[in-house]
Each structure stands twice: as structure tokens, then as C-alpha cells.
Write a protein that binds this ligand. Structure first.
Ligand code: IPE
Ligand code: IPE
Ligand code: MG
Length: 254
């Protein structure tokens, strides 16, 4: 008798997956290594997860790499993180470009040191026409800061109060043009949002694996997608058509 193989992938692939890449420090501590070794391992893992996203047909991936609150960490960790990011851009940009990844940055660039700022801008420009996967890198990003920034721009442009609505606000966020995330994953077992996509995540599904980020691999991502498929997204409505009904606001699932 033939045994039935479980499907490789679930039916619905989320259009946009966002990840809070947490647990690098604890991963390093477990191994008696310095925290920066954890950040380097986390960066290596990112390459694998990007490959898996492309393979699974995810169109947008947003990663939380450095929050507005992370400036408060010890100076050597902050400087180390800046250096790791610069090295990653130097080392990985060509391969990401060849894979068809379009890099975008969300957060405030003006507070970054000039060498990093310029590298980010160059990477964004070089990959702007790629279409396989949009990779939003949240670096020096905070959800509240993003909303403050949007309000400042709206006021500066003299938008009339009666013209302010949810669609307009969305267009003033760093993520303008990106659909809201369908699935937000936070690794390491912490059960909080830590100022990530607080506007865009209003109706996202959340998933909290216990795995530390450097160990979150393709199989873990596959598990997250199966879990996403078990969710019943009701958007505040009453589900009359059975499980899996999508609400009117949904522009997300295939
Ligand atoms: C996430 O890992 C990476 C950044 C915040 C830059 P952490 O550094 O927060 O790792 P833990 O939470 O201390 O284990
Ligand atoms: C959130 O993780 C920020 C990033 C992963 C970049 P943190 O480790 O900084 O958040 P808290 O301190 O646990 O809330
Ligand atoms: Mg953490």
C-alpha cells in the first residue's frame, strides 16, 4: 500500500511575511560566545531564509534588523551591528541582485553613519527593478517613529483634515506601496511586537516559534506557512462560508 506523502507546501502562500529576527544574543550565550557572534550567525541565516522565501513563492519579506530602541544597547554591540550590516551589503548585494531580490529600506536613514547610509542607498538603487522578492529591511525602524514621521509629512504638505483617511496614512508610511503583512513571525519565544509594523500589522496573523533566529530554517518557515493555513481570518466579520473565508479588505492570499 502506498503511504500518502504530506504536501510540500500548504495551499495558501502569504503574499507578505514579516519577521522579528529575535534570539541572536541567547543563541550565542548558549554556546559561550559573544553576542556579536550571534548576530553574525543570524545574518548567515538570513541568506537561507531569503532563498526559502523565493522557493516558496513569497513576494514580500520584511525583516526587523535594528529598532529605534536598539540604540540603547552597549556601544560595542551597536557599533558591531552597524559593521555587520555594512559587511553584509558588501558581501551579499551581488548575489541578492542575481536572485532577483529588490531591496528596500524602512526606517530613518538620516541617523545612520554616512558610509552605511550610502551603501543602503546604492543597494536600493541597484536592485530597484528586481521583481522576484521585495525585501524590506527595517533598520533603525520603529512603528511609532514611522507614524510620527508620516504625520509630520502630512502636515508639511498641508493635507486637509477631511482628506485624511486610512489609505492616505498608509501612503505616508515607510512601507508605502507594500501590502500589509499577512503573517508576522517572531522567533525566540518572546510574545510581543516590540514596536514593529504597528499600523500595518493590524490584521496580521502572528506566529511565535521558540527557536532562536540563527536556527530558524526552511523547515521552520514551512511549519509557519502550514500554521498560517490553519488560521481563520475573519477581519471582524462573521464567517458564514466556512473556514478560510477572506474578508473584503484582503488583497493578500493566493
Ligand atoms: C535580535 O536578537 C537582533 C537585534 C535586536 C539586533 P537579540 O540581540 O535581541 O537577541 P536576544 O533577544 O538578546 O537573545
Ligand atoms: C526586537 O527585538 C528588535 C529586533 C529584532 C531588531 P528586541 O530584542 O530588541 O526587543 P525586546 O527588547 O525583546 O522587546
Ligand atoms: Mg531580543
Amino acid at each position: 500500500m502506498k503511504s500518502k506523502q504530506p504536501p510540500e507546501l500548504p495551499k495558501k502562500i502569504p503574499t507578505h511575511v514579516a519577521i522579528i529576527m529575535d534570539g541572536n544574543g541567547r543563541w550565542a550565550k548558549q554556546r559561550g560566545l559573544p553576542r556579536l557572534a550571534g548576530h553574525r550567525a543570524g545574518t548567515e541565516n538570513l541568506r537561507r531564509v531569503i532563498g526559502a522565501c523565493i522557493e516558496f513563492g513569497i513576494q514580500y519579506l520584511t525583516i526587523y534588523a535594528f529598532s529605534t530602541e536598539n540604540w540603547g544597547r552597549p556601544e560595542d554591540e551597536v557599533l558591531g551591528l552597524m559593521k555587520i550590516v555594512e559587511d553584509v551589503v558588501d558581501r551579499e548585494l551581488q548575489e541578492l541582485h542575481d536572485q532577483g531580490v529588490q531591496l528596500r529600506h524602512i526606517g530613518r536613514l538620516d541617523q545612520l553613519r554616512p558610509s552605511l547610509r550610502e551603501k543602503v542607498l546604492r543597494a536600493v538603487e541597484k536592485t530597484q527593478n528586481n521583481t522576484r522578492l521585495v525585501l524590506n529591511v527595517a533598520f533603525n525602524y520603529g512603528g511609532r517613529d514611522e507614524i510620527v514621521c508620516a504625520i509630520q509629512h502630512i502636515l508639511c504638505e498641508g493635507v486637509k483634515p477631511e482628506d485624511v483617511n486610512e489609505a492616505l496614512v498608509s501612503r505616508y508610511l515607510f512601507t508605502a506601496g507594500t501590502p500589509d503583512p499577512d503573517l508576522i513571525i517572531r522567533t525566540s519565544g518572546e510574545l510581543r511586537g516590540s514596536n514593529f509594523l504597528i499600523w500595518q500589522g493590524a490584521y496580521s496573523e502572528w506566529y511565535f516559534p521558540a527557536t532562536y533566529w540563527p536556527d530558524f530554517d526552511k523547515e521552520e518557515l514551512r511549519r509557519a506557512l502550514f500554521e498560517f493555513n490553519r488560521r481563520d481570518r475573519r477581519y471582524g466579520l462573521v464567517n458564514t462560508k466556512g473556514k478560510g473565508q477572506e474578508g473584503p479588505g484582503s488583497n493578500v492570499c493566493q
